[in-house]
Write a protein that binds this ligand. Structure first.
Ligand SMILES: [Zn+2]
Ligand SMILES: [Zn+2]
Length: 346
């Protein structure tokens, strides 16, 4: 075991503080990563404050990890010391089920092993990226191409793949009209990626406050959802609506913005169950769907795509000691668009 520095929430209601944790020895198929940057995802805050219950404390959040390989196990073939690498939302899966065999490890029949706030296959707690080092299986490590700076790459490991995967799966591209609902950490990457895929992109945001940003990020149009005229004007417009918001939504109203055969995909989830008149799906053969991150191979494909198109996240790099302040600012939607912890300050 190696003792390394980290920022952890000691309990559900306590602020994060500097501490030390143990990382396992580098096994045959493991890589030791010298973490350079770790993004702050909205779900880190939910979990560190035990919003979903059953949190494992102390908790070291962070599943948007970018760093450099510092050591490799004897069986590692894909990475060598000095490589630029990333780790996202999961660090293991069974490797045998249909989902794993088809490269969709996130849907592993035995459950994937989340990067933090989980027990690994040996029953040990997993600790995430708000730390100086992490030991991860080679198979759950991805390469970060030279074309993306490591700090701008970190948020791609969650926000990037979470939006890339559904946009690809449902065919965002030339001739397709895509609406991105919400312009935050996920939404701003969705706009960049949908634009790079060649789709016509519209941002649907509560207000026009971030309109200038949205157009700069690649949106063609920008509408305020607080204005009822938006729903009249855009009725039947979109092939795909990607919802990144977790606030309660009037799903019927948004489904009305889809064309025949259109799809509304959720990557954000309101905490309350929804009530929906199914005629808003039946009339127009519309679909309502969800999407969970992406598999490891697809995560690599996303990073290669982003590098080829010069895409990184819009970030504000902070010292680790400011993580609690950053959490408050995320909750107040006061970040454009992702905080990234500089691991050298941990
Ligand atoms: Zn995340
Ligand atoms: Zn599996």
């Amino acid at each position: 075991m190696t003792t390394v520095a980290a920022y952890a929430a000691p309990s559900a209601k306590a602020p994060l503080e500097r501490t030390t944790i143990e990382r396992r020895p580098v096994g045959e198929f493991d890589v030791l990563i010298d973490i350079k940057y770790s993004g702050i995802c909205h779900s880190d805050i939910h979990q560190a404050r035990d919003g979903w219950g059953e949190g494992i404390f102390p908790m070291v959040p962070g599943h948007e990890i970018a760093g450099i390989v510092a050591e490799t196990g004897s069986g590692v073939t894909r990475f060598k010391v000095g490589d630029r690498v990333g780790v996202g939302c999961m660090v293991d899966s069974c490797g045998r089920c249909d989902a794993c065999a088809s490269g969709r490890e996130q849907h592993c029949a035995e459950g994937n092993t989340p990067t933090y706030n989980a027990l690994d296959r040996n029953g040990e707690p997993t600790y995430g990226g708000y730390s100086t080092h992490i030991v991860v299986r080679e198979g759950f490590t991805v390469g970060i191409p030279n074309g993306i700076a490591l700090d701008e790459a970190a948020p791609l490991l969650c926000a990037g793949i979470t939006t890339y995967s559904p946009l690809k799966r449902w065919g965002a591209g030339p001739g397709k009209k895509v609406a991105v609902l919400g312009l935050g950490g996920l939404g701003h990457m969705a706009v960049k990626i949908a634009h790079a895929l060649g789709a016509e992109v519209t941002v649907l945001s509560q207000s026009l406050r971030k309109k200038e940003d949205g157009l700069k990020l690649g949106a063609d149009h920008y509408y305020a959802t607080s204005d009822p005229r938006t729903f009249e004007e855009l009725a039947g417009r979109f092939d795909i609506i990607l919802s990144t918001v977790s606030a309660p939504l009037d799903f019927g109203a948004y489904l009305g913005l889809l064309r025949t055969d259109g799809i509304l995909v959720n990557v954000g989830a309101p905490e309350e169950p929804i009530s929906l008149n199914l005629f808003s799906l039946i009339g127009g053969n519309r679909s309502l769907a969800g999407s969970l991150i992406g598999g490891i191979a697809e995560t690599q494909e996303m990073l290669d795509f982003c590098a080829a198109h010069g895409l990184g996240a819009e970030i504000e790099v902070i010292e680790a000691a400011r993580v609690n302040e950053a959490y408050e600012r995320v909750l107040a939607s006061d970040v454009r668009y992702r905080f990234v912890i500089d691991a050298a300050t941990i």
